[in-house]
Ligand binder design. Structure first.
Ligand SMILES: Nc1ncnc2c1ncn2[C@@H]1O[C@H](COP(=O)(O)OP(=O)(O)OP(=O)(O)O)[C@@H](O)[C@H]1O
Ligand SMILES: O=C(O)C1=C[C@@H](O)[C@@H](O)[C@H](O)C1
Ligand SMILES: [Mg+2]
Length: 169
C-alpha cells in the first residue's frame, strides 16, 4: 500500500504538472488523475473548445466543480494552472495531502507554451503570459506545502526530486 494518500501538483501551464505527474504516480504507487482530462470528459469538449465556446470564467467554474466532486483518494493529482483561483478547490486539495508547486522560469514556460499554442489558458485574453505569471506566482506560493524549482532537470529528475521532498506516513 502506498504511504501516500493524495499528492497534488500546481503551477503555471507548461511547468510539467501532467508530464511529471504520471512519473510521480508511478514512483508513489498512486492513481494518476489529470483534472484537465476530467473537465474535457465532463464537457464533451477539449479545453480549447470550451474556451472558444464560452470564456475563461466558465472554464474556471467547471474546473472548480470538477475539483470539488472528483474522487481524489490515493491519487497523484495534476491540476490545471488556473486551479489556484478557487479557494474551495485548494482547500480540498490541501485537506487531502501535500501540494507541490512546480516552479519554472518564465522564459522556459513561454517557449513550451508557444510550442503548443492550442493548450489554452484560463485568463483574460488581454493579459500577457508574463502578467499571468506575475499574477499567479503569489497564489501558487501561498498554497504550496513544497516549492520545487524545475530548472534544467528532466521530467524524471523532477519526479524523483518531488519524491524526496515528501514525508512518508
Ligand atoms: N522538466 C522538463 N523538461 C523539459 N520539458 C518538459 C519538462 N516538463 C515538461 N516538459 C514539456 O513541457 C510541455 C508542457 O508540459 P505539461 O503538459 O506536463 O505541462 P502542464 O504543467 O501539465 O501544463 P498545463 O497547465 O497546460 O496542463 C510538454 O511538452 C512537456 O514535454
Ligand atoms: O493555466 C491555465 O489557465 C490553464 C491550464 C490548462 O491546464 C487548462 O486547465 C486550462 O486550459 C487553463
Ligand atoms: Mg497538464
Amino acid at each position: 500500500m502506498s504511504p501516500f494518500n493524495t499528492i497534488s501538483l500546481v503551477g503555471m501551464p507548461g511547468t510539467g504538472k501532467s508530464t511529471v505527474g504520471i512519473l510521480l504516480a508511478k514512483l508513489t504507487g498512486l492513481r494518476f488523475v489529470d483534472t484537465d482530462l476530467d473537465i474535457q470528459v465532463r464537457e464533451e469538449a477539449t479545453l480549447q473548445e470550451i474556451l472558444e465556446q464560452h470564456d475563461y470564467r466558465y472554464l474556471r467554474q467547471v474546473e472548480e466543480d470538477v475539483l470539488l466532486n472528483l474522487r481524489l483518494d490515493h491519487a497523484l493529482v495534476s491540476t490545471g494552472g488556473s486551479v489556484v483561483y478557487s479557494a474551495p478547490s485548494m482547500a480540498r486539495l490541501k485537506s487531502l495531502g501535500p501540494v507541490i508547486y512546480l516552479k519554472t522560469e518564465l522564459a522556459t514556460l513561454e517557449e513550451r507554451v508557444a510550442a503548443a499554442p492550442l493548450r489554452g489558458i484560463a485568463s483574460d485574453g488581454e493579459q500577457s503570459f508574463a502578467q499571468v505569471y506575475a499574477e499567479r506566482t503569489p497564489l501558487y506560493e501561498r498554497y504550496a506545502d513544497y516549492i520545487l524549482v524545475t530548472g534544467d532537470n528532466t521530467p524524471q529528475q523532477v519526479a524523483t526530486a518531488a519524491l524526496q521532498l515528501l514525508p512518508r506516513n
